[in-house]
Write a protein that binds this ligand. Structure first.
Ligand SMILES: NC(=O)c1ccc[n+]([C@@H]2O[C@H](COP(=O)([O-])OP(=O)(O)OC[C@H]3O[C@@H](n4cnc5c(N)ncnc54)[C@H](O)[C@@H]3O)[C@@H](O)[C@H]2O)c1
Length: 356
């Protein structure tokens, strides 16, 4: 028996991971306590996703409603499956900048200490397993905002010829910049994941993602911006757009493409790696551009409330370089560009996100 243990298994990445690894023939053990509902209210609850997962995967999926902060409870799950666990995908977390400042203890306990709990359980019970941590590009804090940018009609763009023109690489420093409370709890988790590779020899990787997205996202205002943007356009809700005249650029990667990258690492794991993970030049947009595309797809006009003040530490321009990952795993290619992502979101929700 080969088991994939997935934390945050009802969330966007966790649920895609559960389906993906079940599709490869592994038994999947999921850990998720719907804490996203506590963070973001009913819009954010992942209960619907868990229901779908248990229906779809049936006996291939076993669920534990355990909090990753519950060290002993978590260890019991790892003990039960032991060395049958061949891959751990750690996708449970508090994912929002803004929310973290409301409850710094909770944010740090979930993101930093929770990650330590998952790492230590892996070391104790399945040290040979590939360990994948969903880190974030927020570990670079607001340093990307120091890049030389030009303002174009609908977006910011990096100066032509800059070494990061095709995307920001992992050699960007994480020091000496503003991280936000969330950024710091994720840095702690990221560095600890590296250390369990370097110090204990575990096969760990941090995937430092920008925007990961897909129709399985429980779209809430404070997290999951592309899904939330699409939801607002479809429902006729007003979207609060903070700062940079809506010209800030993000790349986006569909959860399917995230999982093919995770699978590549699982098949040939390395130790203590860090990889930026995003749609790169293949899939990116400014907010304004994303709204235009959403309007084309839905045939509806968006309602945007522009607010001058940017969110603290928000990136003005982020496009990931996938060069390091692709040099290690040359077979990997992203499949979903932005129109495909937004169209899929529209089609999946056309009967749910109706005008109000
Ligand atoms: N989606 C993105 O754009 C993005 C970008 C960069 C990094 N990340 C990171 O990737 C990870 C997964 O992101 P996502 O978009 O799938 O998030 P998500 O919120 O959709 O999923 C996370 C899941 O973890 C669960 N969870 C939270 N706290 C828990 C706890 N204490 N115990 C057990 N379960 C808990 C939640 O209920 C939720 O179902 C997060 O750590 C996030 O910080 C996400």
């Amino acid at each position: 028996m080969s088991v994939a243990l997935v934390t945050g298994s009802a969330g966007l990445i966790g649920s895609e991971a559960a389906r993906h690894f079940a599709g490869l023939g592994l038994d999947v053990v999921g850990v998720d306590n719907d804490m996203r509902r506590y963070f973001f209210g009913d819009d954010g609850s992942t209960a619907w996703s868990l229901l779908r997962l248990t229906n779809d995967l049936d006996e291939a999926y076993s669920h534990f409603d355990t909090d990753i902060r519950d060290r002993d409870g978590l260890a019991q799950i790892f003990k039960k499956y032991g060395t049958d666990i061949s891959v751990v995908i750690h996708a449970a977390g508090q994912p929002s900048h803004d929310w973290a400042a409301k409850e710094p203890y909770t944010d740090f306990d979930v993101n930093a200490v929770g990650t330590l709990n998952v790492l230590e359980s892996t070391r104790q019970h399945c040290p040979e397993a590939a360990f994948i941590h969903c880190s974030t590009n927020k570990v670079y804090g607001d340093r990307p905002n120091q890049l030389p940018l030009r303002e174009l009609e609908t977006r910011y763009e990096i100066e032509p010829g800059h070494p990061y023109q095709s995307g920001i690489a992992e050699d960007m420093s994480i020091d000496g910049c503003l991280h936000s409370i969330f950024g710091v709890s994720k840095v702690a988790a990221d560095v600890m994941t590296q250390e369990y590779g370097r110090y204990f020899g575990l096969r760990t990787a941090n995937f430092r993602a920008g925007t990961m997205t897909g129709s399985a996202h429980s779209a809430a205002e404070l997290h999951g911006y592309l899904a939330y943007l699409m939801r607002c356009v479809m429902e006729g809700r007003t979207y609060n757009l903070y700062g940079y005249k809506g010209k800030m650029v993000r790349d986006a990667i569909h959860s399917h493409d995230v999982l093919t990258a995770f699978e590549a690492f699982f098949r040939d794991p390395r130790s203590a790696e860090v990889y930026n993970l995003g749609g790169g030049r293949f899939c990116n947009a400014s907010h304004i551009e994303a709204f235009r595309l959403a309007e084309e797809i839905t045939g509806r006009e968006s309602k945007i409330n522009y607010i001058d003040q940017a969110r603290v530490g928000d990136h003005q321009w982020w496009i990931s370089s996938m060069a390091k990952f692709q040099s290690h795993y040359p077979g990997w290619r992203p499949r979903y560009d932005l129109p495909t992502i937004l169209r899929e979101m529209y089609e999946a929700n056309v009967e749910v996100w109706v005008p109000r």
